[in-house]
Ligand binder design. Structure first.
Ligand SMILES: CC(=O)[C@@H](O)[C@H](O)COP(=O)(O)O
Length: 263
């Protein structure tokens, strides 16, 4: 196998489904449908999140869902749910409407911060796993919560980098690194990505993938930013696999010191 093949032959497997792209994209907030479709293509993503509420209430019509579904896997989410009961109902509606048992589980504990309600999230995860769903919960950057979710059968965990839509990047890189090091299931960094360096950093910390929306949909040029995110996720993954050099406090010459002119 050549070095290039080694670099590109690096699929991600979640619940038995293989992904060649480690970037998942949200579909909300684009200037129009065509820009969203072009951004999706530029991102190289093989899975896109869709909000069940948005489909039914906000004009993201079925033809668009059909269009996306022809290109990528759909990952319905339970955005806006505040209790386990609401989230389970939304997941069941999504399974009926979109014919998928995959669900991105969001149970929000605070409408302003959009932070997860961990108790409700754990309860919903347990119930949905028992009902046969492939559950990908959006959660805090908390190693204990991530461990509990994995123990309950989550197929991946999706800790936040920073609040949804904030573009603040990764607030607690140390915690994300710890979660990645300990997690028995893939870790997908979800929310708060602001630009390409954040996405590359997530991968360098050991994340298996990145899920983002606002950084692309609200960029001045969403399609170009989608391409940037694709390159960033690939670069971060390659760097992670290649192994960064240890950090040093002092300088170390990169050229040989023997035979210096003037020595
Ligand atoms: C798309 C999605 O499912 C959400 O989790 C969220 O929108 C992602 O966060 P950002 O918009 O901050 O990338």
């Amino acid at each position: 196998m050549t070095a290039l093949q080694t670099a590109t032959d690096d699929p991600l497997v979640i619940a038995g489904r293989t992904f060649h792209s480690r970037l998942f994209l949200g579909t909300a907030g684009y200037p129009n449908q065509q820009v969203m479709l072009d951004a999706l293509a530029a991102s190289g993503s093989e899975m896109a999140t869709v909000s069940i509420r948005r489909i039914s209430l906000q004009g993201y019509d079925e033809s668009l869902i059909d269009l996306i579904a022809g290109r990528v896997h759909l990952l319905p989410n339970t955005a806006g749910c505040q209790t386990a009961k609401e989230a389970v109902l939304t997941a069941e509606l999504a399974r009926e409407a979109l014919d998928t048992n995959w669900i991105k589980l969001e149970v929000i504990g605070d409408r302003e911060l959009l932070y997860p309600n961990i108790e409700e999230l754990l309860a919903a995860t347990e119930e949905l796993v028992a009902k046969g769903f492939v559950v990908l919960p959006y959660c805090n950057d908390d190693p204990v919560a991530c461990r509990k979710l994995a123990d309950l059968g989550a197929a991946a965990v999706m800790p936040l980098g920073s609040p949804i839509g904030s573009g603040l990047g990764i607030s607690n890189p140390h915690l994300i690194e710890l979660i990645c090091a300990r997690s028995p299931v893939p870790v997908v960094l979800d929310a708060g990505i602001g630009t390409a360096t954040d996405a590359a950093f997530a991968m360098e910390l050991g994340c298996s993938a990145v899920l983002l929306n606002t950084a692309v949909s609200k960029a001045r040029e969403p399609v170009r930013m989608a391409a940037a995110m694709r390159a960033a996720v690939e670069a971060g993954r390659l760097a992670r696999c290649a192994g960064r050099i240890p950090k040093r406090r002092d300088a170390e010459p990169s050229s040989p010191q023997l035979g210096l002119v003037g020595s």
